[in-house]
Design a binder for this molecule. Structure first.
Ligand code: SF4
Ligand code: SF4
Length: 165
């Protein structure tokens, strides 16, 4: 598995090839078969991988907290939670942390929100979710951040015998 510190740089080097593979998949892959491949690789590669040693997804994005989570999170972290950690996001549809890396990321890699962390964080990098054929641009974004998503994409290239042409 690629080291978390290297993933962005290596993904940038492969940006053209990765985009071409995305185009190839759009033209050739079967939607359901592709979801099964993603799911299998997701389970295989996340099994035994310690995300606490990476946390690129918490370092390279601000935390995004939907409106519906605010009450629950305030009960968990206290009433000052919004003023202390959050600001409205640019679309005013919810909140985001004031800083990047995410303000909830702790030194040991744990999330200060614990089980109250947003669904978007729990699901990231979404490689086990259905509809991957229609979300390949999002996959390409994740490939630049997440070592596991990077490796899944590399393995898929092998499974499709994609040579980068
Ligand atoms: S989901 Fe991906 S980016 Fe986030 S901590 Fe785990 S391996 Fe790293
Ligand atoms: S809320 Fe927690 S899991 Fe989500 S980005 Fe912030 S530290 Fe990471």
């Amino acid at each position: 598995m690629i080291h978390p510190d290297k993933v962005k740089e290596e993904a940038k080097k492969k940006a053209n090839e990765n985009y071409k593979f995305r185009t190839y998949l759009k033209g050739h892959a079967d939607e359901l078969k592709l979801d099964r491949q993603f799911l299998r690789l997701h389970k295989e590669l996340f099994d035994g991988y310690d995300c606490n040693k990476c946390r690129n997804c918490c370092k390279m994005y601000k935390g995004s907290i939907p409106e519906k989570d605010i009450q629950r999170d305030s009960e968990y972290l206290g009433d000052q939670f919004i003023d202390f950690f959050l600001e409205k996001n640019e679309y005013e549809t919810g909140y985001q942390t004031k800083h990047m890396p995410c303000d909830f990321l702790q030194k040991d890699g744990a999330c200060k929100l614990g089980d109250c962390k947003p669904d978007s964080c729990k699901k990231y990098p979404y490689t086990d979710q259905p509809g991957r054929l229609f979300s390949l641009l999002g996959v390409l974004d994740a490939v630049e951040v997440c070592p596991v998503a990077f490796e899944i994409y590399e393995r898929l290239k092998k499974e499709y015998r994609f040579k980068g042409r």
